[in-house]
Design a protein around this ligand. Structure first.
Ligand SMILES: NC(=O)c1ccc[n+]([C@@H]2O[C@H](COP(=O)([O-])OP(=O)(O)OC[C@H]3O[C@@H](n4cnc5c(N)ncnc54)[C@H](O)[C@@H]3O)[C@@H](O)[C@H]2O)c1
Length: 335
């Protein structure tokens, strides 16, 4: 799908991160890509496109307006994926979370306006704008703010503010903005706090798998390539401009405890599952509806976590440090 975009200059904040790296991998052959990232996290250095001739890397912070504006000159498309994410990080740095996610997004939108970006500006929001019970929410469902001071809602509100601002730039200045709300994206290249890769890394070393809360939280897991498919439709379909899209995979639903058990079983791990007190307000349920491929945010869901294909399981485990052992790879199929 990314091959529908060619000959463009694409400026990607957070371009060294997990999701953006996967997007860039599909764009870099046919486009000029500028990564703008402060390298708090770094998936880029483990990718095959690191050092590609079509890639420029700017080490910069989204809080640095001047550097952003300089770097963005000449861009046709802006993808704003830089953010502070992950509950552990948000608890440690709530002020930085609010500043980077709100003020950083404001800086990116203003820089895009000044640069006259014509094709698209994509803002990354989050499924957490729907609060603690996000059961197949459609895009027009009310967003909620949660209680002030709870880390979980600090992150959600910072993203929601960015989303409101994105829509404001579209309405007031005609900036061609789209907001995307990822629902639990996983895949090779993920660092940070995503449960699947954390569980796999621990299981491969037979270390305890920690579950925060009762383990009965329900999540739908979206494989990164499926997410990129939906995201790319938002980049190419003119009907996406001025809208927000929930992008996830409601067919891959698991409780957190079920996920930990599945990972241990598939990897034949001796890890114990250990329950810990919740870190912040819990989100009992979070999964999106699936759109059809014709719609701007729609995608074809090729893999799931309750029933992922063998290649998906194998790729994840190998990326997380297991030596390649094709013969030992079993399908995680449970249905
Ligand atoms: N992965 C998911 O399931 C998920 C779910 C909901 C929302 N999101 C959003 O999607 C986007 C990408 O997520 P990801 O999983 O790839 O995360 P990631 O942490 O891998 O990528 C974020 C990147 O932003 C960079 N960054 C952080 N602060 C910065 C700053 N001040 N200036 C410049 N760069 C900075 C980091 O170095 C990192 O490379 C984020 O906006 C995140 O909030 C992701």
């Amino acid at each position: 799908m990314t091959n529908a975009i060619e000959g463009k200059t694409i400026f990607v904040t957070g371009g060294a991160g997990f999701i953006a790296s996967r997007l860039i991998a599909g764009l870099v052959e046919e486009n000029k890509v500028v990564i703008y990232d402060n390298f708090d996290r770094d998936t880029l250095s483990s990718t095959s496109h690191s050092g590609h001739a079509n890639l420029t890397v700017i080490r910069g912070d989204v809080l640095d307006c001047e550097r952003l504006e300089d770097g963005m000159r000449g861009a046709d498309i802006v993808v704003h994926a830089a953010a502070i994410a992950g509950i552990d990080t948000v608890i440690k740095s709530p002020t930085r979370t609010m500043r980077v996610n709100m003020i950083g997004t404001a800086n990116v939108l203003e820089a895009a306006r000044l640069a006259g970006v014509k094709d698209r500006v994509v803002d990354f929001s989050t499924s957490e704008v729907f609060g603690s019970m996000a059961f197949k929410p459609t895009e027009d469902r009310d967003t909620v703010a949660g209680s002030a001071g709870e880390a979980r809602w600090t992150y959600a509100v910072s993203k929601l503010a960015g989303e409101h601002l994105s829509h404001a730039y579209y309405r007031e200045f005609g900036l061609p903005v789209v907001s995307v709300r990822p629902f639990n994206v996983y895949g090779p290249g993920q660092t940070g706090e995503g449960a699947i890769q954390v569980f796999i890394k621990h299981a491969l070393r037979n270390e305890d798998l920690h579950i925060y809360g009762e383990g009965d939280q329900i999540r739908a897991w979206c494989y990164v390539d499926d997410f990129i498919d939906g995201l790319t439709r938002c980049l190419v379909n003119p009907a996406a401009v001025g809208e927000s899209f929930n992008i996830g995979n409601s067919r891959a639903v698991q409780t957190t405890y079920g996920l930990a058990q599945t990972v241990c079983r598939i990897l034949k791990s001796d890890s114990k599952i250990v329950f810990r007190p919740p870190l912040s307000d819990s989100l009992p349920a979070k999964y999106s509806c699936v759109r059809t491929t014709g719609e701007p945010g729609g995608m074809f869901c090729s893999s799931t976590v309750t029933a992922p294909s063998a290649p998906t399981c194998s790729t994840m485990a190998e990326w997380c440090g297991r030596p390649s052992r094709r013969s030992s790879v079993r399908a995680m199929r449970t249905t």
